[in-house]
Design a protein around this ligand. Structure first.
Ligand code: FE2
Length: 236
């Protein structure tokens, strides 16, 4: 019987770029163990994943769900760094007009926003108690929407829309107006120049472990844990 010798899977840079261009970046989704060191580049850690373990034990969110979510977030940070490094290398090598470069650049907004939106999301959780009614955020929301309840009704309704994405209360710095938005995936539909105030993740990974398809119950838990002081600080 022939003895099989397993060798580590090492791709050349050319193979890596070819694979990356296939089917929407198979490398990013299925080849997470493929490091840039293996393809001949030096990885620069521009971004570092933040530690949100302080949220563990939060009422209405199991530790299993949160730990899964943290791991997913860390993947976005890793891939954001990889894309920065890889496209920088390609630029230096005169490959910026290649389709491979274009596909990596198209991917970048998705990975970067996947990282940053999760940071906003985790950082607007972990609070106790409702929004202070004498504070500027409560007053501003009430003025913009007619009442706080009207704003909340629309925010929750957007969160219940079918599909995966984000529900975000944005502030338009040019007018001071507050607007609730639905954001597809991570990179589609963000209002240019606007300031994210409150962010709700409505990808299924954010709630299905604990709530199955009961997204409304997840949103109930989300509202109980909003860190309103952190949210209010985001106002311009
Ligand atoms: Fe998420």
């Amino acid at each position: 019987m022939r003895k099989e010798i397993l060798k580590p899977c090492i791709f050349t840079r050319r193979q890596f770029l070819f694979l990356s261009s296939l089917g929407g970046m198979a490398f990013l989704s299925g080849q997470r163990n493929l490091s840039l060191a293996q393809v001949g580049t030096v990885e620069k850690m521009v971004y570092t994943a933040k530690d949100y373990s302080g949220l563990l034990g939060m009422e209405g969110f199991s530790d299993a769900l949160l730990r899964n979510h943290f791991t997913l977030y860390q993947g976005y940070v890793t891939n954001t760094n990889k894309l920065i490094d890889t496209t920088h290398q390609m630029l230096k090598e005169g490959k910026a007009s290649s389709p491979e470069f274009a596909e990596l650049k198209r991917r970048f907004g998705w990975e970067f926003n996947g990282m940053r939106l999760h940071e906003y999301y985790f950082e607007n959780l972990g609070g106790k108690g409702g929004l202070e009614k004498k504070g500027k955020l409560f007053k501003k929301i009430s003025e913009e929407f007619g009442s706080f309840e009207t704003w909340e009704k629309e925010f929750r309704a957007i969160g219940m829309m079918r599909g995966i994405g984000w529900t975000i209360l944005y502030e338009d710095p040019l007018t001071g107006k507050l607007i609730n938005f639905w954001i597809n995936e991570h990179d589609g539909g963000h209002p240019a120049g606007c300031n994210p105030i409150l962010i709700l993740d409505v990808f299924e990974h954010a709630f299905m472990i604990d709530y199955g398809l009961k997204r409304a119950d997840y949103m109930e838990a989300f509202f109980k844990n909003i860190h309103w002081k952190a949210v209010e600080k985001r106002l311009g």
